[in-house]
Design a protein around this ligand. Structure first.
Ligand code: ARG
Length: 467
């Protein structure tokens, strides 16, 4: 783009007709979005090609002009992809950069492209196409992550580990059961992106500035060409809402929360105090001063990603609240937030899937921990209800006394002798030892969705069929 000499010549080439002077340099800086919205170039060119083809099919422009536009746009596309496109801040955004370059390449017909269209429906279309692609990327990232968690669950469907509440040992569960809890969460995340994609798959193109257009355009044709299910039904809504981006960000935030929780568990489990898991070298880092260290940096970074993803979500909600219909320039602030959140979500999904695939669960460590901490106290209370006929509240109390006794002796429940136990309640028999072992404990939890290995395996095969 050439620098003009007089102020009048500096007025914007696209909309400067009524302006006597060009903008202040700071106005240009605050107004320009080309620094970031150039990421929408492919969507912008795709939208323009669909629009031009439709204009010709409707007899609004000649097929000769449409052909020149089509060829020219392909040249622009290859220039951008080849890295030799002269992006100009003075031309504000990707839409005007592409159109101005098209004019340099094909001349006059370029000026006919913007017939029956506005940058307002153009940006709404480009951005929807981009976010739709991100939904697809999130869906495939989640599939890979679910597969990694399923593989862990399958390998350790009957490996016993402590289940926690309040991060205190609660009851024994299986490694497979724990992994499958995340499969359920990530499965719902996947469903959220699928739902959002379906809802956003309507075309804003042809809504024009806000009111539609008097040209005999065919919005159904452009919607079809862009793989949208249909055109959006209200032109004001089409140019002024960004709920598709908010929905993407909301789904991304929930997914990032889930990944953050798993990441936190991996950080705890890989510590010297737990050693439930060993991270592979591929996903660990060392310390520059402490030679013994293996730090779970990838897990920590995934744990932190929710900060910026939720930050982007709050930012866009805040931008959108209180905006009157229809388009306002505030909405230009939507893109960087969504770009950043999407980039970081995809990175976190890939890192989590890789880390989980390469993770070794330490079966013996987990089982030893599951047996400590009186984790089968509930099984003992249930035995007293079932075999000795005690009301659950009394059984709870008796078991509490037995735990206190074991704690006093510095042993675990299965280490108490029958004689010791009978001093607390005479109805206890040798049979009680059958429920004090952690394997019996998990095997007994056969309720649907429970931790019994059979139940876990049934859920694993249900998921495998679904994927
Ligand atoms: N760069 C603008 C955006 O991202 C494009 C739409 C501009 N429309 C306008 N009427 N100024 O929102």
């Amino acid at each position: 783009m050439t620098d003009a000499k007089t102020p009048k010549d500096k007025a914007n080439a696209m909309w400067g007709g009524r302006f006597a002077a060009g903008p202040d340099a700071i106005m240009t800086a605050i107004n320009a979005s080309i620094g970031f919205d150039r990421r929408l170039y492919a969507q912008d060119i795709r939208g323009s090609r669909a629009h031009a083809a439709m204009l010709a099919a409707q007899g609004i422009i000649t097929s000769k002009d449409a052909e020149a536009i089509r060829e020219g746009l392909l040249t622009v596309l290859s220039e951008i992809e080849g890295g030799d496109f002269p992006f100009s801040e003075a031309l504000e955004d990707i839409h005007m950069n592409v159109e101005a370059r098209l004019k340099e390449i094909i001349g006059e017909p370029a000026g006919r492209l913007h017939t029956g269209r506005s940058r307002n429906d153009q940006v709404a279309t480009d951005f929807r196409l981009w976010v739709r692609d991100q939904c697809d990327a999130a869906i495939s990232g989640l599939r890979a992550l679910i597969e990694a968690a399923l593989a862990q669950a399958e390998a350790g469907a009957d490996w016993v580990m402590p289940g926690f509440t309040h991060l205190q040992t609660a009851q024994p569960v299986t490694w497979g059961h724990h992994m499958m809890a995340y499969v359920e969460m990530f499965g719902r995340d996947l469903g959220r992106f699928q739902d959002a994609r379906k809802r956003m798959n309507e075309s804003p193109l042809g809504a024009a500035a806000l009111a539609g257009t008097g040209y005999p355009i065919d919005r159904h044709a452009t919607a079809k060409a862009l793989d949208f299910d249909r055109p959006m039904a209200n032109s004001l809504d089409a140019v002024s809402d960004r709920d598709f981006a908010l929905e993407f960000l909301s789904a991304a935030s929930i997914c990032a929360v889930h990944m953050s929780r798993l990441a936190e568990e991996l950080v705890i489990w890989s510590s010297a105090q737990f050693r439930f898991v060993s991270m592979s070298d591929k996903w660990s880092t060392g310390s520059s001063i402490m030679p013994q260290k293996r730090n779970p940096d990838a897990a920590e970074l995934i744990r932190a990603k929710i900060g910026r993803i939720l930050g982007a979500t709050v930012a866009l909600f805040t931008v959108m609240k209180g905006l009157p219909l229809a388009y306002s320039k505030d909405m230009q602030e939507d893109k960087e937030q969504v770009f950043d959140a999407a980039d970081n979500l995809m990175l976190a999904l890939a890192a989590m899937a890789g880390m989980l695939s390469d993770l070794t669960a330490n079966r013996d460590k987990m089982e030893a921990a599951a047996s400590a901490g009186f984790s089968t106290a509930t099984d003992l209370a249930d035995w007293l209800v079932r075999e000795a006929g005690l009301p659950f509240r009394d059984a709870h109390h008796v078991t509490g006394s037995l735990v206190a006794m074991a704690e006093g002796k510095g042993v675990d429940l299965p280490d108490l002798t029958l004689a010791d136990m009978q001093t607390v309640h005479p109805a206890i028999t040798e049979d009680v030892f059958n429920v004090l072992g952690v394997h019996n404990s998990v095997a007994s939890r056969q309720s649907y969705g429970g931790t019994a290995p059979d139940q876990v395996r049934a859920q694993i095969s249900r998921w495998k069929d679904m994927l």
